[in-house]
Design a protein around this ligand. Sequence first.
Ligand code: ZN
Length: 390
Amino acid sequence: MENFDFVSPTEFVFGRGAEEQVGRKLAEHGARRVLVHFGGGSARESGLIDRVCASLDAAGVEHLELGGVRPNPEIGLIRQAVALCKEAGVDWVLAVGGGSVIDSAKAVANGACIEGDVWELFETKRPNPDVLPIAVVLTIPAAGSEASRNAVVSNDELGRKTGYASDAQRPRLAFMNPELTFTLPPFQTAAGLTDMFAHLLERFFDDYGAVPVTDNLNLSLMRTIRAEAPRVLVEPDNYDARANVMWAGMLCHQGLAGLGRHEDWATHALEHELSALDPSITHGAGLAVMFPAWMEYVCEQNPARFAHYGREVFGLAPTGDAQADALSAIDETRAFFASLGMPTTLAELGVGEDDIQRMLPTLRANKGEVFGSIRRLTLEDAAAVYRLAL
Ligand SMILES: [Zn+2]
């Protein structure tokens, strides 16, 4: 097991009515003036923003609101929010939404505490210990951003989408009410399940040997997602299924499922270029296309590990030929994503051969000449993986 340093400062308030405790909990944590940050219309139209604001009012916590965060959150709105926080003396940022809103809130919380432009942090990845504390009311289980150390934002002007990681931006409070996810459209539910599953795959397949305590936790989360996925899609208001999915989404990305391993993350890098190319591409949908292609490209590095995954997650019987078992496991992975209604080819996302060359320069800017772990991918390899996915 590799050395690790693991910080998990998030307090979770989980279950029915969790969001009604927002005001009281924030007041207990010393919040006085909160930026309520959210996305499109649904958080407002469902009455959730009003309920959250009423809870803040009842606890005597001042608040201002800034909505409009889009999927693949953009730096322009983040800069606007940073200016607002500085001007108004905001001391907490409250994200109401899913991964995009939370990631935007993380960028805002960093930006509010530094002198220069917040994009520079994403560009240079330099450490920034001064971050406004962040709270989250989660409405879309997917990205795991409610407890993770990561944020990914887009810069349309530069055609870039890139991440920033720091323990200082892990949320302090996460309110998780599975009932808030009953009305999520099937595609969004499915894309979320795919993203969670992908966060486990990124951690499971690297160049390190077995770490049973971590690996078994990871595999058990994969089995859970596989079992609960059809339940939430068929019965969107099944509380227990939604609760399992919501909690799993957090566990998939908070860090435990990869501790002591190197982790890979090449596929997320490949996907980020797709949604930088076309911000209408949903992260989970991009991952559903890229993961099986990447697996096919790298599996000969360690077919036994892929075979182990196939046995543990899909119950595949070993044939005695690890390479054949690995390929069966990859087929099952593709079929699982397809069963959720996810795309299986880049063509379905409107991405073609010409686009591959367009993505490579920004991929280089984000990841350098080589990246990944189980197999170090060059830009030429990256192009080959994209081609496998066409
Ligand atoms: Zn992801």
